[in-house]
Design a protein around this ligand. Structure first.
Ligand SMILES: Nc1ncnc2c1ncn2[C@@H]1O[C@H](COP(=O)(O)OP(=O)(O)OP(=O)(O)O)[C@@H](O)[C@H]1O
Ligand SMILES: [Mg+2]
Length: 319
């Protein structure tokens, strides 16, 4: 099976619907041709690899460097995915990193460097990398159920099967009963849940989320975090989540990629505790505040790599 042709997200019938961003028009396929030439030798168990990735917009003196020399590896853990939180000041290139990984123009392709997913060079959007965007764009003329099932429709799944599976997903995200409503009748939190369901129904191996809970009130936000953890456990996908909330990064992440601006770059990778308790419980742990405060301090001062976060020993000792 060959890779999707490189195409902008706008190539699909509805450019910003999660299904289009997830490469929903394509059948579930490996992200690149098995015969595609790989210039970097990589291990079989690597899920994502960025190697010296630089992205500039514009040419010559006008060129603006969005990210410079970003390198990291995320491994494919057997029967478990990782939750990778990306944090950094506004404009440091978080969305750029995520969109390169999604294969979405104009961020993709990078100006230089290599990006691999599943051991193959990324060539564009694909169904195995689903994206929930900063603005959860749904199709206004479709109902909740139709929005959730849209990617399945693009894949040629029958109407009966689509309704069945969309109903299962509507239930999972707490929207059963709202399936016949239109997006304009929903709150922001409900729209976000439709968007998440529309992406996850396609069972992407890698889930990319760009500030997905930014616009939600604290209570709904916490519910959405718990929902995400539950779905992540169930699907065993690897999740990349961009967030401006240090609490969210520490709570949700197994690992945090801390970026800095001017130029946008990756400063350090930090281990944080797995989200193995509900957010309100983790937030009450004595080490939680120390971890988040230190992370915030590093972010605000654009500190160089400083090694493991200090509250981590406390967390390990308490386990
Ligand atoms: N399509 C584009 N054309 C030109 N420059 C761009 C484009 N997209 C991003 N940039 C620039 O690249 C840099 C990184 O942008 P990016 O959106 O990745 O930052 P970010 O970390 O996601 O910021 P925020 O937290 O505000 O969402 C910024 O300076 C931005 O102006
Ligand atoms: Mg952004």
């Amino acid at each position: 099976m060959s890779e999707d042709p490189i195409h902008p997200a706008a190539a699909g019938p509805e450019p910003h619907h999660p299904a289009a961003l997830a490469g929903g028009a394509a059948p579930a396929a490996p992200s690149a041709s098995p015969t595609a030439p790989a210039t970097t030798v990589i291990g079989p168990a690597e899920l994502v690899r960025f190697t010296n990735v630089t992205k500039s917009f514009g040419e010559g003196a006008e060129a603006k460097v969005a990210v410079q020399n970003v390198s990291f590896v995320v491994h494919d853990l057997p029967n478990a995915g990782e939750l990778v939180a990306i944090v950094g000041p506004s404009g440091c290139g978080k969305s750029t990193v995520l969109r390169i990984l999604a294969g979405l123009r104009p961020h993709f392709p990078p100006t230089s460097g290599e990006v691999h997913a599943f051991g193959q060079p990324i060539a564009g959007p694909a169904a195995d990398r689903g994206m929930v965007d900063q603005k959860y764009s749904l199709m206004p003329h479709l109902t909740v159920q139709e929005n959730i099932a849209f990617g399945l429709k693009l894949r040629g799944v029958s109407g009966k099967e689509r309704r069945k599976r969309a109903h299962v997903w509507a239930k999972k995200v707490g929207l059963d009963g709202a399936e016949d409503k239109y997006p304009s009748e929903l709150s922001g939190g409900m729209q976000q849940r439709v968007s998440i369901a529309a992406t996850l129904i396609l069972e992407p191996k890698i889930l990319l989320m760009d500030e997905p809970f930014g616009a939600l009130d604290p209570k709904i936000r916490m519910q959405m975090q718990e929902l995400l953890i539950a779905l992540w456990r169930e699907q065993q996908s690897t999740v990349f989540i961009v967030t401006h909330s240090m609490e969210e990064a520490v709570y949700l992440g197994d690992r945090i990629l801390r970026m800095a601006a001017r130029p946008g770059r990756l400063v350090e990778e930090l281990e944080v505790p797995r989200p193995d308790v509900p957010p309100d419980v983790m937030r009450k742990q004595p080490w939680f505040n120390e971890l988040t405060q230190e992370l915030l301090r590093r972010l605000e001062t654009d500190a160089p790599a400083l090694g493991p976060l200090p509250g981590l020993e406390q967390w390990r000792a308490g386990r």
